[in-house]
Design a protein around this ligand. Structure first.
Ligand code: ARE
Ligand code: CA
Length: 452
């Protein structure tokens, strides 16, 4: 029954944050395609302010596809290479604003600019001046301010104007002409949903859309009002998951997702952490949590809620520091496990992408919990996982999977390839049961795509 590639639809996103284009291309060929990732999300590709901080990529200076991550030709080649590997490309699209530089300057690709002057693109009449001090957002409880004032001094575009919408669509259509498959709409909360709809309406073809709207308790603008345009990031997911793993009980995850007040599954984009939450307070799990982070990602990939995205980070201790770069702040090629964490390659996480693909569409059955931190569930007829986050092992127990009898690779501890398993093999009997020991803070996962 062994198959070479995971069955089912490939929907998992790998977020290769701040990787340069040649490195993204080779990762698509060597890792993302073979491991079954369906999409790669890349950082903003347009010309940006010069300097070292990672966040300068979020300060557009022009829409030339030339940045510290590479040239237009390298970007095009990356898209082609990823497509050849069966991986679609999502671009982080910065459309709410331009730079936050009061003095202006010269951008990465040589374009000169002022805070409210981007020659040939936007002039002062294309920006909002909301009248607060510094034109800055002062309260997230004020809908009008959030959408018409400046987010951290970033020159706020008049996204209600047809000229601005058309110019933004021209940029996005240029990316579509290079073969891009979708967009993460940065700072979506800061644009009315209708403005995003109008920009989307000017696109030359259909594209996947995921909008960044951070849920904030009590705020007037919430993620739910953007679902008409496409998917929306569900920020409560990573926060709630971290709290459960850190200080509550995994047993509570029985109805995780909509049962917790999160967005409807079909429009929800989820992650354990992203590039903002891993840096800022919020208590999410990150690569720094090592094994528990891997288990949280394993749960996300096993649990059929939302569209999962796996974060891949560069190593940082300082919030602002950019990725490894040369003396001119040009991003160096990625070297996994040296300056880059490559969480998407961690065996537990990468192998659970195959689990996700093989179990796509199957519901949850056979939920078990011990009332505390040991849980188990089946993905009907396709897979089974048990996570033991207790401080001690659970030994000598049998688990009911409902799976066809057979020998399955435990993909938490072994990698399945070409019909063999590099780790322990789990034998499911004719009644659908298996017996195994699960160490503390560990898991076992089996699925029909990794059956020997
Ligand atoms: C940097 C400096 C600033 C400086 C500015 C202009 O830090 O001091 O004024 O440059 O020179 C990223 C970085 C920022 C950086 C910015 C521009 O995180 O530090 O500013 O790039 O270079 C809100 C938004 C949400 C946004 C977060 C960060 O709603 O959209 O803030 N997230 C996206 C990206 C970020 C990016 C931007 C937007 C800007 O993912 O990486 O900023 O393009 C509550 C609210 C949230 C709010 C949150 C934080 O939780 O509910 O809505 O998020 O507080 O304020
Ligand atoms: Ca705005």
């Amino acid at each position: 029954p062994a198959t070479a590639a995971p069955a089912g639809t490939k929907k998992v996103i790998a977020n290769l944050f701040e990787w340069n284009w040649p490195s993204v291309a080779s990762e698509c060929t060597n890792v993302l395609g073979p491991k079954g990732y369906g999409y790669v999300q890349v950082s903003p590709p347009q010309e940006h302010v010069r300097g070292n901080q990672w966040w300068l990529a979020y300060q557009p200076v022009s829409y030339r596809i030339e940045s510290r991550k590479g040239t237009r030709a390298q970007f095009q080649s990356m898209v082609n290479t990823c497509h050849a590997a069966g991986v679609k490309v999502i671009v982080d699209a910065v459309v709410n604003h331009m730079s936050g530089q009061d003095a202006g300057g010269t951008g990465w690709a040589g374009s000169s600019y002022g805070h409210y002057n981007y020659p040939g693109i936007y002039q002062s009449q294309d920006f909002h001046y909301c009248g607060t001090s510094g034109n800055e957002i002062q309260s997230y409880n004020d809908r009008w301010q959030v959408q018409n004032c400046e987010l951290v001094n970033l020159a706020d575009l008049k996204t209600e104007s047809d000229y601005v919408r058309t110019r933004l669509a021209t940029y996005l259509n240029d990316l579509l002409s290079l073969g891009v498959d979708g967009f993460r709409m940065d700072a979506s909360k800061h644009m009315p949903a209708a403005d995003i709809a109008a920009i989307k309406g000017k696109l030359s073809r259909s594209a996947y859309i995921v909008q960044e709207v951070i849920y904030g308790a009590g705020e007037p603008i919430g993620p739910g009002e953007y679902t008409g345009n496409g998917d929306v990031h569900e920020f409560r997911y990573g926060k709630d998951l971290a709290r459960v793993f850190r200080s509550e009980r995994l047993a509570y995850l029985k109805n995780f997702g909509e049962g917790w007040g999160h967005l409807p599954s079909g429009v929800s984009s989820v992650f354990v952490d992203n590039h903002d939450t891993q840096r800022d307070v919020g208590g999410v799990l990150t690569y720094k949590d090592r094994g528990i982070y891997a288990l949280a990602n394993a749960f996300m990939l096993a649990w059929p809620y939302g569209s999962p995205s796996v974060m891949s980070s560069f190593t940082f201790s300082n919030r602002d520091a950019g990725p490894p770069s040369d003396g001119n702040n040009k991003t160096l090629d990625t070297t996994c496990y040296s300056g880059w964490e490559c969480e998407h390659r961690w065996p537990v996480i990468a192998n659970m992408v195959g689990f996700r693909n093989a179990t796509e569409g199957a519901g949850v059955t056979n939920w078990y919990d011990n009332g505390n931190n040991h849980i188990a569930f089946s993905r009907t007829g396709k897979g089974f996982v048990t996570i033991n986050d207790e401080d001690s092992a659970v030994n000598g127990r049998s688990y009911y999977t409902g799976l066809p009898a057979g020998r399955y690779c435990d993909v938490i501890h072994g990698t399945y390839s070409n019909g063999s398993c590099s780790g322990p093999v789990i034998t499911v009997d004719s009644g659908g049961w298996f017996a195994a020991n699960v160490p503390a803070h560990d898991a076992i996962a089996i699925h029909v795509g990794a059956r020997l």
